[in-house]
Design a protein around this ligand. Structure first.
Ligand SMILES: *[C@@H]1O[C@H](CO)[C@@H](O)[C@H](O)[C@H]1NC(C)=O
Ligand SMILES: *[C@@H]1O[C@H](CO)[C@@H](O)[C@H](O)[C@H]1NC(C)=O
Ligand SMILES: *[C@@H]1O[C@H](CO)[C@@H](O)[C@H](O)[C@H]1NC(C)=O
Length: 503
């Protein structure tokens, strides 16, 4: 290492990197992938060699949370560093004909990084709105380029789509009432219906091309890759991985995601930028347990998607940056909310002047220091001012003020998970020690425990203080739907939706 390198490294450690050493960012975001799904998180039959390699060479989190047990709100928080109640991306998720979307005056990570010179691209599942004339697409939210399906890939008829082997239909039910699923490049539909079997390859090529081009121009870049393939239905895997894992269809789909991760890593290495790139991987929410063995796994955590138990919101997460992040495992608390402030710090970009819920975790990443995050707030799928937070985690303790099961978490033997577990208020709240009992099986008894009474009192204060800062934004989902808004490659055609079909 030259002395100039030492200076750069020193400045970097202080978060004062010069423009010349602005790191690149690759943000990998899996869909409905649970805490127990990866090989490096203990799954015995998943085939995830590339993610395992990132975990072995990077920092693996055991206590990392997304902000919502469902997709759109979780993505809104990831990209803005704010709870969904502030941006209005709640309750539930957006649909192809939704009028609302992530409000354009919200500042995304891409919009934070662009002013300091970053090339920005999104590839994959957007799910933060389409809207009139595609007004909510990524290219209107700070991304220079986009290739992908703008919502969940089950939001269109899929009955006749061919999966693998070539004569087998994709498994599962889809929304038949809307148009077939489009593939978009920027604001233009390039294929409708999309060819699922070639989708990962298209994503991989797009990502590689973006990385190589930016590296050639010596421009720092931000690549956001929210994947579809592990979202349970319609279930598919391309020819590279179909039938190749011991875990069956979900394992094959996961292996395909992992394969793309490998392609992206190879592109970074080939372009010579791997050592100057922070790769961050996590997932949007817990597993869809209702799909039984065809769905994801929360591992030892309780319940899954749609619930505020840890299985719904605690996620696998890995930060990889060879030479800068030391390999290891951290039990510090962190969240998707923290990614925006951390990337802003590393890129020397200005934070948006809004109420941010994320904290800068640069020290945690680079020096294995403490996390500035001490608490995590748990909103249900349908947050409301009437109920407010369902749960709060503070340090190792988690208090549930309300619990409720969810359709997405049906079918497991635990009676607290399915939709039949109706909304229940807890006073005093159910209190768990997540270090001793990560499965949230054994509520702590408060009798004769003044120390726990104190903990609960503190949690109540933290909750009250936080809720006093929240002004619920007008709900984007409550703006409703308009059948005329759905993406159609042949906009004037009729009858819709069947005529929206282009090769
Ligand atoms: C965006 O605009 C809406 C409507 O005017 C407003 O209520 C909201 O506070 C704005 N959000 C931000 C982050 O400025
Ligand atoms: C699926 O195929 C059947 C029979 O070929 C056809 O009648 C039906 O319209 C197709 N459905 C869709 C959604 O394309
Ligand atoms: C990247 O860093 C590793 C470990 O610090 C080093 O072995 C390798 O040579 C570096 N690669 C490049 C291209 O600088």
């Amino acid at each position: 290492m030259t002395s100039a390198d030492h200076v750069t490294l020193f400045l970097l450690l202080l978060g004062l990197s010069s423009a010349a050493s602005q790191p690149n960012f690759v943000l990998l975001f899996a869909d409905d992938l649970g805490y127990g799904d990866l090989g490096c998180y203990g799954h015995p039959t998943s085939l995830t060699p590339n993610l395992n390699r990132l975990a072995a060479g990077g920092l693996r989190f055991t206590d990392f949370y997304c902000s919502s047990p469902v997709c759109s709100p979780s993505r809104a928080s990831l990209l803005t560093g704010r709870y969904q109640t502030r941006s209005g991306v709640y309750p539930g998720v957006l649909y192809p004909d939704s009028i609302g979307g992530l409000p354009l005056n919200e500042t995304t990570i891409a919009e934070v990084l662009k002013p300091v010179g970053y090339a920005t691209a999104a590839v994959g599942k957007w799910h933060l709105g389409y809207g009139a004339n595609g007004m909510y697409l990524p290219t209107n939210q700070g991304f220079d380029q986009y290739l992908g399906i703008p919502y969940s890939h089950d939001m269109g008829p899929c009955k006749n789509l061919t999966c693998f082997p070539p004569d087998v239909k994709c498994f599962g039910l889809c929304d038949v009432g809307t148009v077939t699923v489009p593939l978009m490049r920027n604001e233009k539909i390039v294929q409708q219906p999309v060819n699922f079997l070639e989708l990962e390859k298209a994503y991989s090529d797009f990502a590689t091309n973006f990385i190589v081009t930016a590296a050639q121009k010596q421009q720092p870049f931000f690549l956001y890759y929210p994947a579809h393939v592990t979202h349970t239905l319609p279930q598919y895997a391309g020819t590279r991985t179909a039938g190749k894992t011991l875990r069956g269809p979900f394992g094959d789909a996961l292996a395909e995601f992992d394969h793309t991760v490998g392609d992206i890593m190879a592109a970074l290495e080939k372009a010579g930028v791997a050592n100057n790139t922070l790769v961050f991987f996590t997932s949007d929410n817990g597993p869809e347990l209702m799909r039984m063995s065809r769905g994801g796994s929360a591992g030892l955590l309780k319940c899954g998607k749609g619930t505020t138990y840890d299985g719904g919101m605690r996620e696998p997460a890995i930060a990889y940056w060879p030479g800068t992040i030391q390999p290891g495992v951290t039990h510090e608390l962190a969240s998707t909310l923290d990614i925006l402030p951390t990337m802003a710090r590393l890129a020397e970009a200005k934070l948006p002047s809004v109420a941010l819920d994320g904290v800068d975790i640069t020290e945690l990443l680079i020096q294995q220091g403490k996390s500035k995050r001490e608490t995590m707030m748990f909103y249900p799928t349908n947050p409301s001012e009437l109920y407010g937070l369902f749960a709060v985690r503070m340090g190792k303790y988690k208090a549930h003020f309300y619990t409720q099961g969810a359709t997405h978490s049906g079918t497991t033997p635990d009676a607290d998970c399915p939709v039949f577990a109706v909304l229940k208020a807890h006073d005093p709240p159910l209190l768990f020690d997540l270090e001793m009992d990560p499965s949230e099986y054994y509520p702590l008894s408060l009798s004769g425990r003044p120390d726990l009474q104190t903990v609960l009192e503190e949690i109540r204060q933290v909750k009250a203080q936080f809720e006093a800062t929240i002004v619920f934004a007008h709900s984007e989902m409550s703006k409703g739907t308009d059948k005329n808004l759905v993406p159609c490659c042949n906009p004037q055609c009729s009858p819709k939706p069947t005529c929206c079909s282009c090769a």
